[in-house]
Design a protein around this ligand. Structure first.
Ligand SMILES: *Cc1c(COP(=O)(O)O)cnc(C)c1O
Length: 412
């Protein structure tokens, strides 16, 4: 296996620390092809690699599940951008979560924030428990974490910041200080921010995970996940599981995701600009009850955003409560013309959805509302279109949605 920390020598042998994000995004894990000089790596579809004698492969590779040049390149790039020594790619964000949880022994206990991604909640409650790993959820983990830790049993604290879909923030440094006092690892799902806006390992996290499907690939055409970390023992354990479980991405998906990653900084900046404009327009609208966006001063955890996010950026995700109840939320998503009504996020195109009826429909209503996921909440993923067009689209949809839901409820 190639060293994941190595920076391509044709870039002057510089170490990643010498380069800034955009330079690393374009060059880390992107060596020129040594035989042809191709600037962009070929896609290595071969599943197997020749050996000259038993146990002596021609190059670095033997069988593609164990390692593949396109996967290695992508993993190197992610490691550089997340300030990690190692990164391992998986066939989805969900497979990444599963492998991290499967690295725990039966009888282990996990403390998690309550408003995790729906699929993560499902894995924690319906799959991990079958393997003897139990998860306690906390709605206010910064206050609770110490009390929820069970001596000798708790092995992991799982954080998602910002949370989905209410965009609440967790102070990673604060949680890591408590967890580390008890010898417990901290995992941060950094999908919503992407490595451009937030680098959890810099704030004390031990593992950062991503659904690559979202911002890292950024073009809504690849399903993939990745985990990055510094520990040698984690590298051994998770590399073993990556190969043993076999939930690995295809070479083509690695190549596509790597291509997407090269423009992450441009997309994340533009998405932040757009989300900020949309959040401000929503805040000024009489049709809106409240706006959740960590990039503006009204956000209750704005101080954490300033501390933890690059230049206090808010990213491309926001949510808001519309007047007119669930009907209003549904109507809004029907009337937007640029924002497409669809699940998922982080692509170049803007999307909107109603979490209580779509992504979070599986969570019981009382639990959902306790986490701020009301029936009138709309979640938006701002893409890289023009801010003026996005805000105009939102304002016209608000007008039509509120008028339509008033008529529906007989209050017109
Ligand atoms: C989408 C998502 C996941 C799951 O990733 P998949 O690639 O869809 O399996 C996990 N966490 C968050 C925050 C996500 O948005």
């Amino acid at each position: 296996m190639v060293g994941h920390t190595e920076f391509p020598s044709q870039n002057g042998g510089a170490t990643p620390q010498d380069r800034r994000f955009g330079t690393l995004a374009v060059h880390a894990g992107s060596p020129h092809d040594p035989t042809t000089g191709a600037v962009i790596a070929p896609i290595t579809l071969s599943t197997t690699f020749a050996q000259t004698s038993v146990g002596n492969p021609v190059g670095l590779y033997e069988y593609t599940r164990s390692s593949n040049p396109n996967r290695d390149n992508f993993e190197q790039a992610i490691a550089a951008l997340e300030h990690a020594k190692y990164a391992l790619a998986f066939s989805s964000g969900s497979a990444t979560t599963a492998v991290v949880l499967q690295s725990l022994a039966a009888g282990s206990h996990v403390v998690s924030v309550s408003d995790v991604y729906g699929g993560t909640h499902r894995y924690f409650t319906k799959v991990a428990s079958a393997h003897g790993v139990h998860v306690t959820f906390s709605p206010c983990i910064e206050v609770d974490v110490e009390q929820l830790i069970r001596p000798n049993e708790t092995k992991l604290v799982w954080i998602e910041t910002p949370s989905n879909p209410t965009l609440g923030l967790v102070d990673i440094e604060k949680i890591a200080a408590v967890a580390h006092r008890h010898g417990i690892l901290v995992v941060v799902d950094n999908t919503f921010m992407s490595p451009y806006v937030q680098n959890p390992l810099d704030h004390g996290a031990d593992i950062v995970v991503h659904s690559v499907t979202k911002y890292i690939n950024g073009h809504s055409d690849v399903l993939m996940g990745v985990a990055a970390f510094n520990s040698e023992s984690l590298k051994e354990r998770l590399t073993f599981l990556q190969n043993a479980i076999g939930a690995v991405p295809s070479p083509f998906d690695c190549w596509l995701a790597h291509r997407g990653l090269k423009t992450l900084h441009l997309r994340a900046r533009e998405a932040t600009t757009n989300a900020t404009a949309v959040a401000k327009a929503l805040e000024a609208s009489p049709h809106v009850i409240s706006v959740n966006y960590p990039g503006i001063d009204s956000h209750p955890h704005r101080a954490i955003a300033i501390k933890q996010h690059r230049q206090g950026m808010g990213g491309g995700m926001l949510s808001f409560r519309i007047k007119g109840g669930q009907e209003g939320a549904h109507e809004f998503c029907k009337y937007t013309k640029i924002f497409t009504l669809a699940e998922s996020l982080g692509g170049v195109e803007s999307l909107c959805e109603v979490p209580s009826s779509m992504t979070h429909a599986g969570i019981p209503k009382d639990q959902r509302e306790a986490a701020g996921v009301f029936d009138d909440l709309v979640r938006m993923s701002c893409g890289v279109e023009d801010a003026e067009d996005l805000t105009a689209d939102v304002l016209q949809a608000l007008d039509k949605a509120v008028a339509a839901s008033k008529q529906e409820n007989g209050t017109a």
